[in-house]
Design a protein around this ligand. Structure first.
Ligand code: CP
Length: 325
């Protein structure tokens, strides 16, 4: 356990040790029990979090805002069109001013090739910690919640569990690659064997796949990339079938949507869950494109833990904020 996390940015789990991440999970468990028993936890009384959303959100905005309320602090929802960012104010000026007022800055900025760079620039000038609420490369808060959920279901020893991260066809919009990238980076560090499945046009950033391979080797876990949907499910303890855009292949929206349409059979159905272990978890960060990337039978079925997973966003983020702000 590490107790010196005040002021530490959370932009990617790669910059946090396993020990530091374990501290987040320990506190998240305590805060979840506190909420269940009605115990108040004013750990951030008098503190303010600025939340800048360049992109839309249901879970992230509401879990951070509610989390700050439950910790006795205050969260302010900001969007660039209502800020001077819309008139060109740069990251340095925004970060320098907000961080003199408040205690944390959280940002969602998913534009490919821009989001993470913006977060890094804010972090460079901010006096207070910067939290990544999803960028073009990482969605670290989602993966904290995912791993916390896996621990709740399987216990604290996750070594040897098999997780399938599979691309799915959801042609209603082009989603970022930040969720699968964060999954393959973090899960092997906790001993989980990861199979990543995608059609050839949907590859992830080569440096992230290389980091995932290195993380797995260092932890004695397995990481493999396959191009058959079913392979992600075979004998799995956990599956995360989820869509993302062919962003390494094309930046053109029309071409991207056509490519997503090209693989309609990459859809999670009961027959796929039957390939996994009987106790396997079906996970999805939501929003899911019901009917296109997953059937109602699966997402509403006995394997699904998607609402536990969403709830855990609240608990892990409260822990993260209480430790860093
Ligand atoms: N999973 C997730 O980040 O959901 P939102 O896009 O609704 O915040």
């Amino acid at each position: 356990m590490q107790t010196n996390l005040k002021g530490k940015n959370f932009i990617t789990t790669q910059e946090w040790t396993v020990d530091e991440l374990e501290t987040v999970f320990a506190l998240a468990k305590e805060l979840k029990l506190a909420r269940a028993t009605g115990r108040v936890t004013p750990l951030l009384a008098g503190k303010t979090l600025y939340m800048i959303f360049f992109d839309s959100s249901t879970r992230t905005r509401n879990s951070f805002e509610t989390g700050m309320t439950q910790l006795g602090g205050h969260a302010i929802y900001l969007s660039p069109d209502k800020m001077q960012i819309s008139h060109g104010e740069n990251a340095k000026d925004t970060a320098s001013v907000l961080s003199r007022f408040g205690d944390g800055i959280a940002i969602r900025h998913c534009a490919f090739g821009e989001g993470n760079a913006y977060l890094r620039e804010v972090a460079r000038w901010s006096r207070v910690p910067v939290i990544n609420m999803q960028c073009d490369i990482y969605h670290p808060c989602q993966i904290l919640a995912d791993y916390f959920t896996i621990r709740e279901k399987f216990g604290d020893t996750t070594r040897g569990l098999k997780l399938g991260m599979a691309w799915t066809s959801a042609p209603n919009y082009v989603r970022p690659i930040s969720v699968p990238q964060s999954v393959i980076l973090m899960m092997p560090r906790f001993g989980i064997d990861v199979t990543l499945a995608y059609p050839p046009e949907f590859r992830l950033m080569p440096e992230i796949e290389a980091q995932a391979r290195a993380n797995a080797a260092a932890a004695g876990a397995r990481f493999e990339i396959v191009h058959e949907f079913e392979e992600a499910f075979r004998d799995a303890d956990v599956v995360i079938p989820k869509s993302w855009g062919p962003l390494l292949h094309t930046q053109d929206r029309g071409e991207a949507l056509a490519l997503i349409e090209k693989y309609p059979s990459w859809r999670c159905e009961a027959k796929h869950m039957a390939l996994a272990k009987p106790h396997a978890l079906y996970m999805h960060p939501l929003p899911a494109d019901r009917g296109r990337e997953v059937t109602d039978e699966v997402i509403d079925g006995p394997h699904s833990v998607v609402y536990d997973e969403a709830e855990n966003r609240l608990h892990v983020q409260k822990a993260l904020m209480a430790l860093t702000m």
